[in-house]
Design a protein around this ligand. Structure first.
Ligand code: 6GU
Length: 245
């Protein structure tokens, strides 16, 4: 998977892409991240990339020409590149969107900054993506979130670190509680069943805790989840024992 990043701040990407799983994925050639400075496509002695908004108002707007030139340069090499504008006005990124994007081979992420991007950039992108209903100072952190989410879905990237199928959200539910050594810490133990060696009992306990946690914290997810008859029965029990509702 190739990620091309169009940004005014390529340095913001260095550390997150150098370490841990993403660093290893890059070393192994499973992902390739090219950082492209939008300023390199700006013209004139000062290579200006932003300007005042027509009609007045606060803040600066990113000029269209440098971004559009950058995108055209990438598309001239690979007409199949999928171009995404990172903006709070886009569709919300979630696990389903990441699963769709991982099927593509070349993503181009445009990171908006300042108060916005000239509307004419919107005309040439394939889609616009936001990472949630809050405001960031720019699209760089959002692009990193997207790269991380998509990369870990590429076969081989996670290795022994875990299987994406077990994650919170991949089945539309929250993950069950996990414990490691020590067996007792500051007077708090580990649930007995996890020490029992009874794998069936452990699976049942984990499913129940997954359902309990999702019911408590994210009941909205239960409506969309793929639940068995047994799951439904456990949920009814959990609702009764927590005092109805
Ligand atoms: Cl993609 N950009 C900015 N600036 N803020 C955001 C965002 C993106 N997604 C959520 N908030």
């Amino acid at each position: 998977m190739i990620f091309d990043i169009l940004t005014l701040f390529p340095e913001m990407f260095h550390s997150p892409l150098e370490h841990s799983i993403l660093g290893k994925a890059r070393e192994e050639g499973l992902i390739k991240v090219d950082l492209i400075n939008i300023r390199d496509y700006a013209e004139g002695r000062h290579r200006v990339t932003d300007d005042y908004p027509y009609g007045g108002g606060k803040g600066m707007i990113m000029k269209p020409e440098p971004i559009i030139r950058g995108v055209k340069a990438i598309r001239s090499e690979d007409p199949g590149a999928w171009v995404i504008l990172m903006t709070p006005q886009g569709i919300s990124l979630n696990q389903g969107v990441a699963k769709r994007l991982v099927r593509l081979s070349h993503l181009v992420l445009i990171c908006g900054r300042y108060e916005g991007v000239d509307e004419r950039v919107r005309g040439l992108v394939d889609e616009e993506i936001s990472i949630g209903d809050y405001v960031l100072t720019g699209g760089e952190l959002a692009a990193l979130v997207l790269i991380d989410m998509v990369s870990r879905l590429i076969p081989g990237v996670l290795g022994d670190e875990g299987a994406p199928e077990d994650d919170s959200f991949s089945q539309g539910l929250l993950e069950y509680p996990q414990y490691t050594r020590p067996r007792e810490f500051e007077g708090r133990g580990v649930p007995e069943v996890l020490l029992s060696g009874d794998h069936q009992a452990i699976e049942r306990w984990r499913r129940r805790e997954t359902l309990r946690r999702t019911l408590q914290r994210r009941p909205d997810l239960l409506a969309k989840a793929d639940l068995s008859r047994e799951d439904m029965e456990i949920l009814e029990e959990l609702k009764e024992s927590s005092g109805g509702g």
